[in-house]
Design a binder for this molecule. Sequence first.
Ligand SMILES: NC(=O)c1ccc[n+]([C@@H]2O[C@H](COP(=O)([O-])OP(=O)(O)OC[C@H]3O[C@@H](n4cnc5c(N)ncnc54)[C@H](O)[C@@H]3O)[C@@H](O)[C@H]2O)c1
Length: 386
Amino acid sequence: MLNVAVIGTGAISDQHLSAYLDAGEEVRLVALADLDLETAEAKREAFGLDGVRVYDDVTRMLEAEDLDLVSITTPPSAHRPNAVQVLDAGVHVIVEKPMAPSLEDCDAMIDAQRRSGKILSVIAQNRFRDEMMRLKAVLDSGKLGTISHTRIASEWWRGLSYYDLWWRGTWASEGGGCTLNHAIHHIDLLLWLLGSPQAVVAMMTNAQHDNAEVEDLSVAILQYERGLAELTSSVVHHGQRQQIEVQGQHARVSQPWEVLAESSRPNGFPTAEGEAAVRQDLEDFVSTLPSLEHTGHAAQLRDVITAVRTGARPLIAGEDGRAAVELVTAIYQAAIERRTVDLPLTPEDPYYRTGTLVERAPHFFEKTASVGGLEGPITVGGAAGA
Ligand SMILES: NC(=O)c1ccc[n+]([C@@H]2O[C@H](COP(=O)([O-])OP(=O)(O)OC[C@H]3O[C@@H](n4cnc5c(N)ncnc54)[C@H](O)[C@@H]3O)[C@@H](O)[C@H]2O)c1
């Protein structure tokens, strides 16, 4: 039985609490912590967590409780201090995306993980979807041949009031705009599917949210050894199209699932004649893949619980969260400095440091409002909207 706590009892904590409650006998929720005690108390009540203790101070919670695993679901700028403190107390950590606003923060968290020998996992719940697992298996199978082009639409839509929440819309506390906080889901998927690119060019802007410092739209081109990838990160797109399209040597596969294939006529012009065979081969292959028993947060939290029990590496560790932040940082750097940025970024690079973005990123607009909470449900993951 693992004793579990959640730090930060806002909107996304619901996903963690539900997952822990559904995990049954394996875990026992024992504590909730939030800077705002009333928020933690309200959450305890909403989930009927009688007997669960609430704290407004993480240090006191760590002293008073015998914890095994903690979910950190605070705003991004609070991920590093909380994660380092919890790991140094000898407790496993699952932290929400984005791992942290800078690579320096990520490395401090990974250092704490290595010091403690405990698990650090970063939420990337969209890997735990059948269609993503299918895409991953197809790419790993080599059936597509070499990869020429990948197009990723990480297109979301958020109204102006989204940025009224106190920690959103500033480089200091949200850490960035839609590239860091929304497209990070697709950036994690891209890195998982294809690995890291070698170089990045990008532009970013704020097209619609004149109440936020940060970007609400960026477009990046990523260079791989031979192929290219294009990534649109947005919170201004009606319809919230979210797609990954991979063009390989032998076929194109997409999420949502689709297969297309051209073959060559004697004169090099295309014909779809061979498509049926390619499609059949890929459909036969994916039909052998098992379906996930759990998806999204529930699946990732179960993966971490298993890792705690068995000592295995969780599917998504601190290094994976860091890799996504590295690519986001390179996109910001390329857009701000208006030049090609090579990867990996080194600790000598100014953009590695915590605070560089705050110093150098444009304030597209000034934040105009700061409210403690926003009414209404949030959407998380899925084919559209998170
Ligand atoms: N995985 C996803 O799909 C997904 C979706 C939404 C949000 N998120 C991420 O979850 C995190 C939280 O987002 P949210 O929408 O739940 O925000 P929220 O504002 O609803 O909740 C955050 C809570 O953390 C508390 N808090 C702030 N600083 C704290 C600290 N230092 N110690 C303890 N408590 C603190 C706040 O009082 C608040 O109750 C962010 O990193 C966000 O990017 C992930």
